[in-house]
Design a protein around this ligand. Structure first.
Ligand code: AMP
Length: 281
């Protein structure tokens, strides 16, 4: 695998491939790679001619500076995992390389309600920072296929809207959430959980599954939501930020059981903020 830290060198390397009509698959990450990330890499390797992974802990998407400082960094282990997965290229830029003119966002996209609710409400500015860096990365790498995880459900909806609004020529491939055996969604933040907290964290996916079960067996939306939430509330160690059943495309509060729905949760376990979601169909 080749590693590039400079945009110019990366683009010089990619140019002949683009000229030859090769398909470029791109997997943007913040590192601390786990099986969820590697799943995206493997899909890209299968479907594209060339796979580019980026590792960049984007400062503009952290509304909480402490969360940014504590974000795990495991670059040598990440490189090993990417090599093993046969990833072609790793792009590892510095903050200066990504934001040569500073981090101020002068060309914000208006995502409307999609970016104001749920994560948008609890992490002000998060999606502006995320969209800012994803757009920059897409303009640098110019991939044909962009691989993202449904784990960050709201994020992939917003990136879909970003692509449409900016008329970027890339196809978004949103892939299933990879989970631990007991159901816990893999996340770079999981390494910050101690043994006890790790045991408790599984309740997020269990609560989502409970809501899904109730919804599937004919319970009203509000009651299905409440039953999932109640399951979480039983654990004193869990601090719920939201537990909601929403329309799967708009994230609006659903009006009818006929809509496609998704349940989304954000909660802190021992101070570690975790998110998860589940399709209700
Ligand atoms: P991150 O490094 O957390 O920014 O994630 C990079 C990409 O990996 C995003 O598109 C995430 O949605 C995706 N991802 C993170 N965790 C998982 C998971 N458990 N399963 C599948 N994709 C994931």
């Amino acid at each position: 695998m080749l590693i590039f830290t400079q945009i110019a060198a990366l683009q010089k390397h990619l140019k002949p491939y683009i000229k030859q009509g090769k398909t470029i698959g791109f997997v943007p990450t913040m590192g601390a790679l786990h099986r969820g990330h590697i799943f995206l890499i493997q899909k890209s390797i299968k479907e594209a001619d060339l796979t580019v992974c980026s590792i960049f802990v984007n400062p503009t998407q952290f509304n909480d500076p402490a969360d940014f400082d504590k974000y795990p960094s495991t670059v040598p282990a990440d490189v090993e995992k990417l090599n093993k997965a046969k990833c072609d290229i790793l792009f590892l830029p510095s903050v200066k390389e990504m934001y040569p003119d500073g981090t101020q966002n002068k060309r914000k996209v208006d995502f409307g309600f999609l970016a104001q609710t749920l994560e948008g409400e609890h992490r002000p500015g998060h999606f502006d920072g995320m969209a800012q860096v994803v757009e920059r990365l897409l303009r640098i790498v110019k991939p044909h296929l962009l691989y993202m995880g449904l784990k960050d459900y709201q994020q992939q909806l917003i990136v879909g809207k970003l692509i449409a609004k900016r008329k970027l020529r890339v196809k978004l491939m949103a892939l299933k959430t990879v989970r631990e055996r007991d159901g816990l969604a893999l996340s770079s933040r999981n390494v910050r959980l101690n043994v006890e907290q790790r045991k408790v964290a599984v309740q997020l996916s269990k609560a989502l599954r409970r809501s899904k079960y109730y919804l599937k067996t004919g319970t009203e939306i509000a009651s299905a939501q409440l039953s999932g939430r109640k399951k979480l509330e039983k654990n004193k160690e869990i601090e719920i930020e939201y537990f909601e059943i929403r329309n799967a495309n708009t994230l609006a509060v659903p009006k009818s059981r006929k809509e496609k729905m998704v349940a989304l949760v954000a909660a802190k376990v021992g101070g570690v903020r975790l998110i998860d979601n589940m399709r209700m169909w």
